[in-house]
Design a protein around this ligand. Structure first.
Ligand code: PEP
Ligand code: MN
Length: 338
């Protein structure tokens, strides 16, 4: 941490900062310039609140030197993390496309969806049994019955499942049903109790970006999971809130290379919730892979216009298959495979 003192700072004020740092277990390195005195705090600054120094007499500004996150930071772990999902690698050379409907509706719908996902060439399947809806009067998901339906449908095709956990009280049920990837949705990115609980498991977690979350806030949420011992974390960019109303959210493609620099964790993109329109999904998917994403999370429904949730953005089965074909050349161009 670097503490910049105000002009005309007194010796007492400098000693005050020095004493405070000592009490926090840090050493002070005082550098007196002609105009300013700067104090370098030496030691582990992560546990120190900036505010506790900012408020001291004579202090003008306090700047952190190291990142507030550690386990997920690239600076502490240079190699890319590859998350193993029942033998399917996410984060290596191979791009993974996770396909499936927004929500679990019925057994026939999920059986058909699973067949379509496998037929398109995807190795993982998505589907929400518990749905975070803006309105309490909208369909809330089938709950535990949905998990059962999903499990049955996916097992017939040998597809590991990705499904959203909204409430810590359902975690044991998720583990009972052998959910291979727990999704933490946008609205729960900063539900710290939920993050701590999934951090105690070893189940891979897809952590979606909050509606207005900064990269740093997002990585701090990932750090919560990692700090509990679960390092199987996949970050998912799904568009952020913006001034633009022409599409659902603004896909932050810039976040992909930025995350790749900041963290060793795999990064995937959800073009469906970003664009909010099925016809936007192919272009956004291609942009994501070109930018370095390790995978995609795409909504596909056997009959999109009949979907109980997010009908507008769901690809039809043949559209998903066609997109998988189109993605081949992009993945090759960036030295990856599909
Ligand atoms: C979803 O993937 O089903 C979902 C609700 O997404 P998000 O949390 O990104 O809104
Ligand atoms: Mn959806």
């Amino acid at each position: 941490m670097i503490i910049i003192m105000r002009p005309h700072v007194t010796d007492d004020e400098i000693h005050g900062v020095e004493a405070k740092l000592k009490s926090l277990g840090l050493e002070a390195n005082i550098s007196r310039g002609v105009e300013r005195t700067i104090i370098g705090a030496i030691g582990d600054e992560r546990k120190i609140h900036k505010e506790s120094l900012q408020a001291l007499p004579g202090v003008e500004d306090v700047m952190r030197v190291v990142k507030p996150y550690k386990i997920v930071a690239r600076e502490w772990h240079d190699a890319d993390t590859i998350v193993d999902i029942k033998g399917i690698p996410l984060g290596g050379k191979t791009i993974q496309v996770i396909g499936g409907p927004c929500s679990v509706e019925t057994q026939p719908q999920m059986d058909l969806a699973a067949q379509n996902v496998a037929h398109a060439g995807c190795r993982l399947m998505r589907g929400g049994a518990f749905k975070p809806r803006t309105s309490p009067y909208s369909f809330q998901g089938k709950g535990v019955e949905g998990l059962k339906i999903f499990r049955q449908a996916a097992d017939k095709q040998n597809l590991p499942i990705v499904t959203e956990l909204m409430d810590v009280r359902h975690l044991d049920t998720f583990l009972e049903y052998g959910v291979e990837v727990i999704q933490i949705g946008t609205r729960n990115m900063q539900n710290f109790d939920l993050l701590k609980e999934v951090g105690k498991t070893h189940t891979p977690v897809i952590l979606k970006r909050g509606l207005c979350a900064t990269i740093s806030e997002w990585l701090m949420s990932a750090e919560y999971i990692a700090a509990g011992g679960n390092h199987n974390i996949i970050l998912c960019e799904r568009g952020v809130r913006s001034f633009e109303k022409a599409y659902r959210n603004m896909l932050d493609v810039t976040a992909v290379p930025m995350l790749k620099k900041e963290t060793h964790l795999p990064v995937i993109v959800d073009p469906s919730h970003a664009g909010g329109k099925a016809w936007l999904v192919p272009a956004l998917s291609k942009a994501a892979i070109a930018a370095g994403a390790d995978g995609l999370l795409i909504e596909m429904h056997p009959t999109p216009c009949e979907a109980w949730c997010d009908a507008d953005q769901a690809l039809a089965p043949d559209e998903l298959k066609e997109l998988m074909g189109e993605l081949q050349s992009i993945t090759q161009a960036v030295g990856r495979e599909l």
